[in-house]
Write a protein that binds this ligand. Structure first.
Ligand SMILES: [Fe+2]
Length: 287
């Protein structure tokens, strides 16, 4: 299975809106797609969330106006995951309800070439951190198969990891033990996530977790202590999963200067926060 992973597009319903008063997020997405348009052998394009920044129906229409023809041109399926900036009820108006009746955009996508992509909605209304309801975990338990079945990939916006910086740790997914309990011994070969806006790898229940760089900006997780910053860059990731019997998983990411940067000054961070601002953000969006 070859997956092109895109994440954190932060699109707006109003085309005049700019992320951090600077990034034209639709232009950033279009420029990134122009970079990867000729990729071959892609089975599925997986968007791992924060598709929208404002959660508007118009932003989700724009998302599909851009990504539907792009995926069709690649001959690939398109799968979209909800992130903390997304509004599942608004996305439902564009894409229909999720698979199990709750307010969540949880879905199982069976790929024509074999294999499953399972999408889990970790968004919490009005919050930045991630959470999975016990009802979602029960649904997940029911749709997972056993090792040796066709490869299954799980897409979830909030990585089931511990963030690399204080800001990201404050906005992490909770309930990792309960999720690990459901995943242990299952046929999930890889977990794809966004949210951090920087590449990262880790694992949960022995399953690799592959985090993709953002499209609206790319976070610098190696900044000096106390500093949280992101650059005007865009990235994407290729994830390759071998067939059962040759159980390799590989993630390869690439980044470019943002094609939506209205300042065109890649050296100037899109944001750079000190500890006081980080505390304010966590107060507003954290637990
Ligand atoms: Fe994001």
């Amino acid at each position: 299975m070859r997956i092109l992973q895109l994440t954190d597009t932060h699109l707006y319903g109003d085309p005049a809106s700019r992320h951090y008063d600077r990034i034209d997020t639709a232009a950033a997405l279009q420029a990134l797609l122009a970079r990867v348009r000729g990729m071959e052998g892609v089975d599925v394009v997986v968007h791992t969330g924060d598709a929208s920044d404002d959660g508007s129906v118009a932003s989700y229409r724009l998302l599909h106006e851009i990504l539907d023809p792009f995926a069709a041109e690649l001959g690939a399926e398109l799968v979209v995951t909800m992130g903390n900036h997304d509004v599942p009820a608004a996305y439902t108006e564009v894409a229909g309800p999720g698979d199990h009746g709750g307010p969540w955009q949880d879905r199982v996508h069976a790929l024509p070439g074999g294999g499953l992509v399972i999408v889990l909605d970790s968004s919490v209304p009005g919050a930045g951190y991630g959470h999975l309801d016990p009802e979602q975990l029960e649904w997940l338990r029911g749709v997972l198969g056993s090792p040796g079945d066709a490869p299954t990939v799980l897409a979830i916006h909030h990585p089931p990891l511990v963030g690399a910086t204080p800001l990201l740790r404050g906005l992490d997914l909770d309930g990792l033990d309960a999720l690990a309990d459901v995943l242990a011994g299952s046929d999930v070969r890889a977990i794809l996530s966004g949210h951090y806006h920087h590449p990262m790898t880790g694992s949960i229940a022995g399953i690799p977790v592959l985090v993709c760089p953002g499209i609206t900006n790319v976070v610098d997780p190696l900044a000096p202590g106390g500093v949280e910053r992101a650059g005007a860059r865009s990235g994407a990731q290729l994830v390759e999963i071998d067939a059962p019997g040759a159980p390799g998983v590989r993630a390869t990411s690439a980044e470019w200067a943002s094609g939506g940067d209205t300042l065109e000054d890649p050296e100037r961070p899109v944001y750079e926060f000190g500890p006081d601002v980080v505390a304010q953000i966590l107060d507003a969006a954290g637990r």
